[in-house]
Design a protein around this ligand. Structure first.
Ligand code: TXA
Ligand code: MG
Length: 422
């Protein structure tokens, strides 16, 4: 990592690559940076490895994980591997010594031929032979946004064990991250990696290695530190495959979790289906999704610091009654101030007007120009009010839902357990 916080890849043979490859091939989980947030990554093909992820972050084991790949070829190849529990296919033979980190990893014999056969079959059936394993509707989104902060819901390849899905359903969420460190780690170990955000379950997601250490100290053999994540909120989870995306018999892709790729960007994709793009909870609610935790975190309080969070929507009337309860407490305030965002610790002297803290009482003023910049720092701000300032409560002024504002408001309302004042 360079002084200015940027990261410089130093060739294929640096120590961190060898160390992460070794841990991942031993089926242990490690802290790994991505461009969105830090992930807690382990071999997605091995049940025990995936179990160790749930254990490390105390995550309810019915909340499914995203599987990360480092190439389209790796994703496609998963659909041509035997069912889980039989082999660890990317490791060559089942008995390959995992600590033999120097050896090149062999796929099963003949993978190239199998991929070509699938392409030929697709062409024979009138297709274009491109990525025949991946539903067509996603192709344009993949070309535009991968590698990057977009996760897509796909049919489950037989080699992915059910534990990755939280034990139910028959879809798997996949992502091809853009971060050079994540990509290098995945391709060096030659395995698809299941990785949730590397926070303790329910806490704000980690955007630095220090956040991961704070939450998971002593539970991981390795955290790869590549500085602060660029995007700052998690990937957008997009479903154009499960029954939920077939409203009225027509394909209507849905955003299950807003994130690093915005609604506005997806809506610009070519193809009629993208004109019918919907946002879960805003445009539809599904009984199945409500009951089934394959929902993006609906069932659990999420992203939350230990201090209670209150969110004011931008057009809120003054919530005097709510504020009365906060009188005389130390509260952290995240609020807009003439286009800036002001973070301070203030004692509210009287009910109401919480954002009119007298000048000088703010401990720090953090200016952001737009929703993208706010997304970049929102989790770190929540953590620092909580962990450094030890406030009794956090009051956040909401932002508009345009562009990255949608992902920010999604995280804030969940942090507030839907305690939104309006
Ligand atoms: O940016 C990210 O996506 C980060 C980095 C590490 O890649 N990962 C992340 O993972 O945020 P996690 O586990 O914290 O969130 C995964 C989300 C959850 O909301 C989960 O419900 C949803 O993806 N999900 C996983 N599998 C799914 C599936 N098959 N269908 C629908 N949603 C799924
Ligand atoms: Mg998470």
């Amino acid at each position: 990592q360079l002084d200015d916080g940027s990261f410089e890849a130093q060739g294929a043979d640096t120590q961190w690559i060898a160390d992460s490859r070794k841990e991942l091939r031993l089926n242990r989980c490690i802290g790994l940076p991505t461009e969105t947030v830090y992930g807690l990554a382990a071999n997605a093909l091995d049940e025990d490895a995936v179990r160790s992820i749930y254990a490390a972050k105390s995550r309810p084991s019915d909340n499914p994980l995203i599987v990360h790949v480092s190439s389209m070829r790796m994703l496609r190849a998963l659909y041509h591997l035997p069912a889980s529990g039989t082999t660890r296919p990317f490791l060559g033979t089942a008995n390959a010594a995992p600590e033999d980190a120097g050896a090149g990893l062999a796929e099963p014999e003949g993978m190239d031929a199998r991929l070509r056969e699938a392409e030929d079959r697709d062409r024979a059936q009138g297709g274009d032979g491109v990525w025949p394993e991946i539903p067509r509707v996603y192709h344009e989104a993949i070309r535009r946004f991968w590698p990057g902060p977009l996760t897509i819901v796909l049919p489950r390849p037989p080699c992915i064990p059910m534990i990755v899905l939280g034990g139910h359903g028959d879809t798997v969420a996949f992502r091809f991250p853009a971060h050079p460190v994540a990509r290098a780690a995945i391709s060096a170990c030659g395995l698809p990696l299941a990785a949730p955000s590397a926070n303790a379950s329910g806490r704000p997601s980690p955007t630095t290695a220090a956040h991961v250490l704070h939450d998971l100290r002593g539970r991981l053999p390795l955290i790869v530190d590549a500085g602060t994540c660029d995007v700052g909120v998690e990937s957008t989870v997009l479903d154009a495959f499960s029954p939920n995306s077939r409203a009225g018999g027509q394909l209507s892709p849905c955003i299950l979790r807003p994130g690093g790729v915005t609604l506005e960007q997806l809506a610009l994709l070519e193809g009629a289906a993208w004109r019918r793009l919907r946002v879960y909870r805003r445009d539809f609610v599904s009984a199945e999704l409500e009951l089934n935790p394959t929902t993006p975190g609906m069932k659990y309080r999420h992203y939350a610091p230990s201090a209670p969070v209150h969110v004011l929507v931008p057009q809120a009337a003054r919530p005097d009654a709510e504020m009365a309860q906060l009188v005389q407490q130390q509260i952290g305030v995240l609020a807009g101030e003439r286009g800036a965002r002001r973070i301070g610790v203030v004692a509210v002297a009287a009910a109401g007007r919480p954002f009119d803290a007298p000048p000088g009482c703010a401990l720090c003023v953090h200016r952001v120009a737009d929703a993208r910049e706010l997304a970049h720092c929102i989790f770190a701000l929540l953590r620092s009010l909580d962990e450094t300032e030890h406030v009794d409560a956090i009051l956040v002024q909401g932002v508009g839902e345009a562009n990255e504002g949608m992902a920010v408001m999604n995280r804030l309302t969940k942090a507030a357990s839907f305690h939104v004042l309006c």
